[in-house]
Design a protein around this ligand. Structure first.
Ligand code: IMP
Length: 194
């Protein structure tokens, strides 16, 4: 089957493409001729994921899924959460977001955190499904690693001493919030194809 991943984030596209079986042809927004910013104005991950997928469904009439991800820090009562992208301002700069987060977490604070991803999927018959993926971990004291994107250089998944940015793409995918949500998506699509 052919399905569009409604994201303008090349890193996400690469991660997800690596997780899909060859029976699923993943196409990008560029491939379907969508060059706009997708709307993302809801106050929940689920609301945003659905809003992005709905936009593509309504304007391009193609099966698609979208994800939305938040980093929830316990000592900050779950912030930045759904506001993770714009935590340090509208420019959405990863370095600024990480600097602000580290500044807001003095060294002795509880550093437990989790990434949460919600994927919203819409199929040709208009059916909607949602998949969730969570990974527990901690925010380290300074950035480490070059791989990945976003908050990866300051997040160590539980049971590991490397940040996501110090892991190979395969390692990150095998542990990550998005990897877990995509595994459910794949299982659902496989079940449907019988
Ligand atoms: P969104 O899902 O693209 O809205 O992402 C929200 C924020 O979380 C952005 O700042 C992203 O860079 C960041 N983010 C999303 N996924 C990941 C990830 O897998 N690792 C690290 N940061 C991420």
């Amino acid at each position: 089957m052919r399905i569009c991943f409604a994201t303008n984030n090349e890193h996400k596209l690469t991660e997800v493409r690596a997780l899909l079986p060859s029976t699923i042809e993943l196409v990008s927004l560029q491939d379907i001729g969508c060059h706009e910013e997708l709307p993302e104005t809801q106050d929940t991950l689920s609301g945003n994921a659905r809003q992005k997928a709905e936009y593509v469904w309504e304007h391009y009439h193609t099966s698609c899924f979208a994800d939305d991800t938040g980093l929830e820090v316990d000592a900050l009562d779950g912030a930045p959460g759904v506001y993770s992208a714009r935590y340090a301002g509208p420019q959405r700069a990863a370095a600024d977001n990480m600097a602000k987060l580290l500044q807001n977490l003095p060294p002795s604070t509880d550093r437990s955190a989790r990434f949460r991803t919600v994927i919203a999927l819409v199929l040709p018959d208009g059916e909607w499904q949602e998949f969730n993926g969570v990974v527990q971990g901690r925010i380290i004291e300074e950035v480490r690693g070059q791989a990945g994107f976003g908050y990866d250089p300051i997040f160590e998944p539980a049971g590991h001493h490397q940040t996501f940015a110090e892991m190979t793409p395969e390692q990150k995918n095998s542990l990550s919030h998005r990897g877990r949500a995509v595994a459910q998506l794949v299982a659902f699509l496989a079940g449907r194809e019988g």
